[in-house]
Design a binder for this molecule. Structure first.
Ligand code: GCO
Ligand code: MG
Length: 402
């Protein structure tokens, strides 16, 4: 059996997606997501110019060998561009293998460990009242877990505040838009937000919050401590994770559970935080961290330390990643939660998929493979549109972390 052809499909049904399609000489095909938000075309080139020529003629059944070949063989290891490209190949090959085995991917991985995958949705509003209402709306839709982000008095564009009831899409400008950030105002406001949420809705739902890398370690410690009475499911990305030592400081000050890892690419990025028990949830997902093959290694390491998974699932992870992640989540023993930011109808139409939402859970469906495909004809109708994530500055103009 041989890989006969592979191609990259770029489409923009409301936002950009990069998809790799691999076809075997027996007519089976598999697809993988290669979308890297704001830097999409670098992965297109990596795949077309450097990976696809090495794939043609290889045996698609040798997923592990192909993974090692692409990882070790590049000499230049890790990084988001390389690892997204490897992930796309790996996801497509698992899709092919599961189709050949006539099984849904979760069966090939070891079978289901649970019936449904608990997801959290994104509730956000321009101010406290709007955010309280937005959380109520998610509760009505059946969500068991809800992330709350809100506009902050005195901050013009706080992180995570969307433009519609169900959709939030930050990469929406052809050059990065500039936002202004003020940590003291944010730190004063957030505990009030969660206090009001608990007063309004009680403690029956899981609440989550994302600080999006904005804080210093000691500020993160203080926020975690201030939020303790409201029993968050997790507090995410409080501080940039390049210097992982800083998480020791955060941990000394708070028992609020911590989640990190959506921008990590390999097990090496996760290892110290996991082994030192400095986090509670690891957020790596299929496309960002080398596909199913590598994500499984991260999850197994995490399991030893009772760290659970909480895969990234923003709209920049295509339905292909969502489908593959749901099969992974259905199997992985140390599953925690799955992020679920809904895609638009346009996106869903380009990527027909077997997964469905019901009563706070996503179900991967029983289709063989990972259950997601691409409608190439429809994809052609939406040409690539350059789009960037915003940047953030402090009030005096200093560059900050968006
Ligand atoms: C999240 C994230 C995202 C990112 C986005 C960047 O927790 O969902 O922080 O919304 O900002 O994925 O491309
Ligand atoms: Mg996040």
């Amino acid at each position: 059996m041989k890989i006969q052809a592979a191609k990259v499909i770029v489409t923009c049904p409301g936002r950009n997606f990069v998809t790799l399609k691999i076809v075997t000489d027996q007519g089976v095909h598999g697809i993988g997501d290669a979308t890297l938000n704001g830097r999409e075309l670098s992965v297109v080139s990596y795949l077309e110019d450097h990976v696809i020529p090495c794939l043609i003629g290889r045996d698609p059944r040798q997923i592990e060998d192909i993974w090692q070949y692409l990882y070790r063989g590049a000499y230049w290891r890790r990084g988001p561009v390389t690892m997204s490209a490897i992930a796309a190949v790996d996801t497509a090959l698992w899709d092919i293998k599961a189709k050949m085995a006539n099984m849904p991917l979760y069966d090939l991985l070891g079978g289901k460990s649970r019936e449904g995958v608990m997801v959290y949705g994104h509730a956000n509003g321009g101010d406290l009242e709007e955010t309280i209402d937005a959380v109520g709306h998610y509760i009505e839709m059946g969500y068991k877990a809800i992330r709350a982000q809100s506009g902050v008095p005195g901050i013009k564009d706080a992180y995570g505040v969307g433009r519609g009831k169900l959709f939030y899409e930050p990469a929406d400008a052809s050059l990065p838009s500039e936002t202004v950030w003020d940590t003291p105002k944010y730190l004063r406001f957030v505990p009030k937000l969660f206090e009001t949420l608990r007063d309004t809705y009680g403690f029956d739902h899981h609440l989550l919050h994302d600080a999006h890398h904005r804080l210093t370690p000691i500020e993160a410690g203080r926020l975690g401590k201030d939020l303790e009475p409201y029993r968050l499911f997790w507090l995410e990305d409080t501080t940039p994770a390049e210097n992982q030592e800083s998480f020791k400081l955060i941990r000394q000050h708070t028992t609020t559970p911590l989640a990190v890892g959506e921008i990590f690419n390999t097990i090496w990025d996760c290892k110290d935080l996991i082994q030192n028990q400095l986090i509670d949830y690891i957020r790596t997902t299929v496309v960002r961290a080398g596909g199913i093959t590598h994500l499984r290694r991260i999850a197994d390491l995490a399991a030893i330390y009772q760290v659970r998974t909480g895969s990234h699932g923003a709209t920049d992870l295509s339905p292909v990643t969502m489908g593959a992640a749901l099969h992974f989540d259905s199997w992985v023993p140390n599953f925690g939660i799955q992020e679920y930011m809904r895609h638009t109808e346009e996106t869903d139409a380009v990527f027909p998929h077997a997964y469905r939402f019901e009563d706070g859970f996503l179900f991967p469906g029983d289709t063989i493979g990972h259950g997601v495909d691409i409608d190439e004809k429809l994809a052609e109708k939406y040409p690539y549109k350059r789009a960037y994530l915003p940047v953030a500055r402090l009030e005096d103009g200093t560059m900050w972390n968006w």
